[in-house]
Structures are given as C-alpha cells and as structure tokens.
Design a protein around this ligand. Structure first.
Ligand SMILES: [Zn+2]
Length: 92
C-alpha cells in the first residue's frame, strides 16, 4: 500500500498537524509502555510542524531499546497514525 519510507534521519512524514485527534495514544509493545499525549499541549510545546519521527524519539526517551548499540529497535509507535494513514489522502 504505497507507504512512504522516509530516510532514517529525514524529518519527513506526518506531523502533528496531520492528526486531528485531541489525544494521541502512544505505545511500545516491546517495553510494555503505553501512554497518551495531549495534542494541544504538544503543539504548544513543539509546534504543529513537529514530525512524528521526532516526537517518537521524544516520547521514547528512557526506552532502553531506543539507544540500542545496533540502533533504534524500540517499538514505540502511534497507533492513531495507522488509522489516519489508512484513509485515502484528501484532494482539495
Ligand atoms: Zn521501547
């Protein structure tokens, strides 16, 4: 399904302004961590252009797998992105 694969360190991809949910869930199944983030607070703190790639690194701070010698092997993810991005892109 034409999912784009941004380069590891490129901050492309979805940003906060692409998601309309008031509260976004975040979880790491590998570490058994789970939480929710207030979108408004995030926008206030980082700006609406904050990419989820960067955000993910932020929220995964403290996850041992994120700083693994072999690279980022943390499972932190935003389940809401799966649904947002399974929707067809709006053409307007
Ligand atoms: Zn993790």
């Amino acid at each position: 399904m034409g999912r784009r694969q941004p380069k590891p360190d490129n901050e492309g991809g979805p940003t906060l302004k692409d998601v309309r949910l008031a509260v976004m869930e975040v979880d790491c199944t590998l570490c058994d961590r789970r939480g929710s983030l207030d979108r408004k607070a995030l926008v206030a703190q980082f700006g609406a252009g904050m990419s989820f790639k960067r955000l993910r690194r932020r929220v995964a701070m403290g996850c041992a797998r994120m700083c693994h010698p072999q690279g980022d092997s943390c499972g932190t993810r935003f389940p809401c992105l799966d649904t947002e991005y399974s929707l067809p892109p709006k053409s307007s």
